[in-house]
Ligand binder design. Structure first.
Ligand code: ZN
Length: 111
């Protein structure tokens, strides 16, 4: 049996003998396998983050007057990078006198 397939690793068209074949060559198959393992690892670390986030209580955060970057990330569901961008362009201002960055919650409400 011959099947026309596209290599999952390099994207080349090739003819496979089995429908389960994913790559055009052994070399691609090895690299594809490695890449998949790496992707799995990345997904696993994303899960770690999720677990960390679940440890936070959103209601508790909403009661606070001053928030940390992480708390804002959770509350607004935005990335750390966008918070830093807002700090940079002045849409958010950080409070002085704290060990780490603190932002007033009222400032978030005006966003
Ligand atoms: Zn290939």
């Amino acid at each position: 049996m011959e099947v026309n397939k596209i290599c999952q690793f390099c994207g080349n068209r090739f003819v496979a003998k089995k429908t389960t074949t994913k790559c055009c060559s052994d070399d691609c198959a090895k690299k594809f396998y490695k890449k998949r393992k790496r992707d799995e690892k990345i997904q696993a670390s994303d899960k770690d983050l999720e677990v960390q986030i679940k440890g936070y209580d959103i209601e508790e955060i909403q009661k606070k007057d001053y928030l940390s970057i992480k708390e804002i990330m959770l509350l607004l569901n935005i990335s750390r990078t966008s918070i830093y961008r807002m700090l940079k362009d002045g849409r958010l201002s950080k409070l002085e006198g704290f060990k780490s960055i603190r932002i007033r919650k009222v400032d978030l409400d005006t966003l």
